[in-house]
Design a protein around this ligand. Structure first.
Ligand SMILES: *[C@@H]1O[C@H](CO)[C@@H](O)[C@H](O)[C@H]1NC(C)=O
Ligand SMILES: *[C@@H]1O[C@H](CO)[C@@H](O)[C@H](O)[C@H]1NC(C)=O
Ligand SMILES: *[C@@H]1O[C@H](CO)[C@@H](O)[C@H](O)[C@H]1NC(C)=O
Ligand SMILES: *[C@@H]1O[C@H](CO)[C@@H](O)[C@H](O)[C@H]1NC(C)=O
Ligand SMILES: *[C@@H]1O[C@H](CO)[C@@H](O)[C@H](O)[C@H]1NC(C)=O
Ligand SMILES: *[C@@H]1O[C@H](CO)[C@@H](O)[C@H](O)[C@H]1NC(C)=O
Length: 368
């Protein structure tokens, strides 16, 4: 029902209030279960009946019904559940002989935290982006502590890898120290049963891989049947946000081939975002791609190739145009004023057609 009860803010408030109530007076408990106990699947889990009086027997219930098999542990009023499986989760409560509630808790079962698979990317000199995936879902509430460790002249320095969106399985190392290329990324999985760290070595020089060049364009050159001029822009992510004109120089590699050919030809250029292909196959369309790499350090990686583009060198125009003939002109004159159906295809033309139709109608009704 769409009412105040569906509002999450309201629910949170109710949740907090019920927690407060529990802490203030546990006698006020009804069927509400606010204590959560976590257990490891397959292990023996012991539930304590907090608040019971020593020597007095208690009755355990789960989801409201009596627990049939009470273990020997029941001597001290606790309940022992051997090799638990997921169907044993639920709301457990212990009661005195009159049936009055003493203590209630919710049992949730899962696995110990595990290792994660980490991948890091460095598309420029100032932001390492790391992300990770759980190797195995622990079924329990989980969060991560992300940091990185640097060996600086024999001193270990630990710094935060910042999780901009908590819970997103991503973190960023801002302004990494490129002059100390070797770091260790530490992603620690934390859940109610414990913690597990995963360490991964990264070499920032080897990791540096720009994004592909952008806005690659190519065009023929008038009067030059074997030339193609290619232009592009350095990847947007390569420029520092605060100092857009102080980016490190890039080198580029360009590959091209006539459409249908198997073999690429390569060209190479440093610190320039245009290049002339001089040996294109006359009259043929070509496929062209560009990739980038930091120009200083050969240990760094080439970017992926840019999107494939197609271009054709200039073609000598066919110069067999006859002088204008009268039949041609006549044909032109007989063309109807209303645009033909073929012309009205495409995204823009339906509107145009509508416009013409309306105009036609109005003109049709207009007394001449
Ligand atoms: C267990 O307790 C919680 C919290 O009070 C409640 O939301 C849930 O419905 C209960 N589950 C069962 C199976 O009784
Ligand atoms: C869990 O264990 C109980 C008894 O130990 C068994 O009856 C039940 O089939 C098990 N459930 C699953 C899902 O393995
Ligand atoms: C308690 O109820 C929950 C939810 O209905 C169910 O998944 C769980 O198996 C029940 N626990 C027991 C021990 O019956
Ligand atoms: C994580 O890495 C391990 C070993 O490298 C691999 O076997 C596994 O499939 C990976 N898991 C995921 C979820 O990517
Ligand atoms: C990794 O991070 C965890 C959580 O902060 C920490 O306990 C652990 O000591 C770190 N590991 C190393 C090798 O520094
Ligand atoms: C880049 O190349 C073009 C021709 O390909 C040339 O005219 C221009 O001077 C070059 N720019 C730089 C900065 O080298």
């Amino acid at each position: 029902m769409p009412g105040p009860l569906t509002c999450p803010g309201r629910l949170i408030v109710i949740g907090i209030l019920s927690l407060l109530v529990v802490h203030i007076s546990s006698a006020a408990w009804s069927n509400e279960v606010s204590d959560i106990q976590y257990g490891r699947l397959g292990s023996t889990v012991t539930l304590a009946c907090r608040g019971s009086r020593k020597g007095f027997p208690v009755e355990w219930r789960v989801n409201g019904s009596s627990v049939v098999e009470q273990q020997a542990g029941a001597l001290d009023s606790s309940l022992s559940l051997p090799s638990v499986n997921s169907s044993m989760e639920g709301n457990y409560s212990c009661h005195d002989q009159s049936g009055a509630l003493i203590h209630a808790l919710q049992l949730r079962l899962g696995h110990l935290p595990g290792h994660v698979n980490i991948t890091c990317r460095l598309p420029n000199h100032f932001k390492v982006q790391c992300s990770w995936t759980q190797q195995k879902d622990s079924l329990l509430p989980t969060h991560y502590i992300s940091s990185y460790i640097t060996h600086n002249n024999g001193v270990l320095e630990v710094e935060e890898c910042v999780q901009e969106v908590p819970g997103s399985h991503r973190c960023i190392i801002f302004h990494p120290r490129m002059w100390i290329p070797k770091h260790m990324v530490n992603i620690t999985e934390v859940n109610p049963l414990g913690t597990q760290q995963t360490l991964m070595r990264v070499d920032l020089h080897q990791l540096l891989k720009p994004d592909p060049p952008e806005e690659v364009m190519s065009m023929g050159v008038d009067g030059q049947p074997t030339k193609l001029l290619v232009q592009w822009r350095s990847p947007e992510s390569w420029q520092p946000e605060d100092r857009p004109h102080s980016a490190f120089p890039l080198q580029y590699q360009l590959r091209y081939r006539p459409v249908g050919s198997q073999y690429w030809s390569m060209l190479y250029i440093e610190d320039n975002t245009s290049l002339m292909i001089t040996d294109a196959l006359a009259g043929h369309p070509h496929h062209i791609q560009v990739q980038a790499r930091e120009a200083i350090n050969p240990e760094t990686q080439w970017s992926d190739w840019s999107q494939l583009i197609q271009a054709q060198p200039w073609i000598e125009p066919v110069t067999t145009v006859e002088p204008t003939t009268i039949p041609f002109l006549q044909e032109h004159i007989t063309v109807p004023v209303r645009p033909s159906k073929e012309v009205t295809s495409g995204t823009f033309f339906p509107l145009m057609e509508l416009f013409y139709r309306i105009c036609d109608d109005i003109i049709g009704f207009m007394p001449i």
